[in-house]
Design a protein around this ligand. Structure first.
Ligand SMILES: *Cc1c(COP(=O)(O)O)cnc(C)c1O
Length: 412
């Protein structure tokens, strides 16, 4: 018990506790729940997002351009807030593009990645003047054709599927055969083609994977990515103006996982950048991050509807679950289901009990927010909080499943 209690205490340091109640954005959770008016809801702490950017700015070299990959959390208020703090926004659909264009971020610092961009998406992106990260030769030809039709010269970068993998990554998105990007060995020929077409060549985008907590693996990826960028740049039709080296910085979700040491990552980049700057003097070196920027600033809040005993097992049945927070139930790409950090937000330091399972209202055993977890004794109406929920939460959830009302989202 003591061991698990200390584990929980570590997690609690993320948000202050006042009168036994979690405080988010300076407001006690019970008050915040009254203000929202109903549960479940997501709350994102504005100050925490700002502090995260400050930490990145302090740790990474000054000449690194920091982009927000908004698919992690596309809530317009969050994107608006971040637009004033980062150097660019990366979008993955035309819907995200419109949210990004509503901010103060200039179009030239918005880029668009993703396989299977359709004509509508490409036309809007060309007209907006954002940079399109090309993911295939066919796409290159579609963009060229659409640009001609619109009378606008498209800005394009080449998304490269590297010839190496990001080791220890939670989700690999580069190396080997992938639907993302153009295989590195095919890129020189494609660059030649770009030079012959009516396109503005901006640079390269090399993204290898997501949710990485290993400093060594990230450093090795940075080294290899910059080398690959320099190698490909010798084939570029015009000077490289942007080299996006991806991101993939992870955050701790489960016991035993530790916060990433980004000072060390920053120091390594500081050593690597001078050579790159010398060879590519016009290039902005971009790091794009989603999860790392927003995940720890967000919580998901639901209410206990019922406490139920079934044989030896205690269940807290809540009004929230898989339909709002797929990732916390372990169904968003996880190989082994592990509990996200869950606590009782209005009774943070109450009486502890052994092993309760927190479930949602859906008619499926997959609707499981916490499996046999030690937590504070909770009853009807208490507020269950899932921490680390600011990224891939609502946006990555099947809200239509069982047709319950959509949860609200607030930025405080
Ligand atoms: C999803 C994605 C990201 C963001 O990844 P995180 O792990 O959330 O930082 C960045 N770049 C591309 C191309 C992506 O598809």
């Amino acid at each position: 018990m003591t061991g698990s209690r200390s584990k929980h205490t570590v997690l609690l340091t993320q948000f202050p506790v006042q009168d036994n109640c979690l405080v988010v954005g300076g407001i006690p959770l019970t008050r915040l729940a009254q203000r929202v008016g109903r549960t479940p809801f997501y709350a994102y702490d504005r100050q925490k997002i700002t502090e995260r950017i400050q930490l990145l700015r302090q740790s990474l070299p000054d000449d690194i351009h920091l982009h927000y990959a908004m698919k992690a959390n596309p809530m317009p208020a969050v994107v608006q807030h971040l637009a004033g703090l980062v150097d660019g926004i990366d979008v993955a659909s035309v819907g995200e593009m419109h949210v990004a264009l509503d901010t103060t971020m200039p179009a030239r610092h918005i880029s668009f990645a993703g396989p299977g961009k359709n004509e509508h998406e490409l036309s809007c992106a060309i007209a907006a003047g954002i940079t399109i990260n090309i993911e295939s030769e066919q796409e290159l030809l579609r963009i060229t054709h659409l640009g001609k039709h619109l009378g606008i010269r498209p800005n394009v970068a080449v998304r490269v599927n590297p010839d190496f993998e990001l080791k220890s990554s939670g989700m690999k998105m580069g190396g080997g055969p992938k639907q993302f990007g153009i295989d590195a060995e095919m890129v020189p020929a494609l660059l030649k083609q770009i030079g012959e077409l009516d396109l503005n060549f901006i640079g390269f985008h090399i993204f290898s994977g997501s949710q990485n907590l290993k400093v060594d693996a990230i450093q090795e990826t940075h080294e290899k990515t910059l080398q690959l960028g320099l190698r490909l740049a010798t084939h570029a039709p015009s000077p490289v103006r942007m080299l996006n080296i991806g991101g993939g910085f992870g955050i701790p979700y489960f016991p035993g996982e530790e916060t990433l040491d980004i000072h060390t990552i920053g120091q390594n980049l500081r050593n690597l950048l001078p050579t790159v700057k010398q060879e590519l003097p016009e290039a902005r070196i971009v790091i794009e991050l989603g999860r790392y920027i927003v995940a720890e600033a967000g919580i998901y809040v639901c209410r206990v509807i019922e406490r139920k005993q079934s044989r030896q097992k205690t269940f807290l049945i809540t009004d929230g679950g898989l339909h709002h927070h797929l990732a916390a139930t372990g169904n968003f790409g996880q190989v082994i289901r592990k509990n996200y950090p869950v606590l009782i937000g209005n009774k943070v330091l109450g009486e502890w009990e052994d092993e309760v399972s927190v479930v949602g209202p859906l008619c499926t055993p997959l609707d499981l927010l916490a499996e046999r977890m030690e937590m504070v004794h909770a009853v009807e109406n208490d507020l269950v909080v899932v921490l680390q929920s600011g990224a891939y939460g609502l946006t990555a959830s099947p809200t239509a499943f069982l047709n319950h009302p959509e949860p609200l989202e607030i930025l405080v």
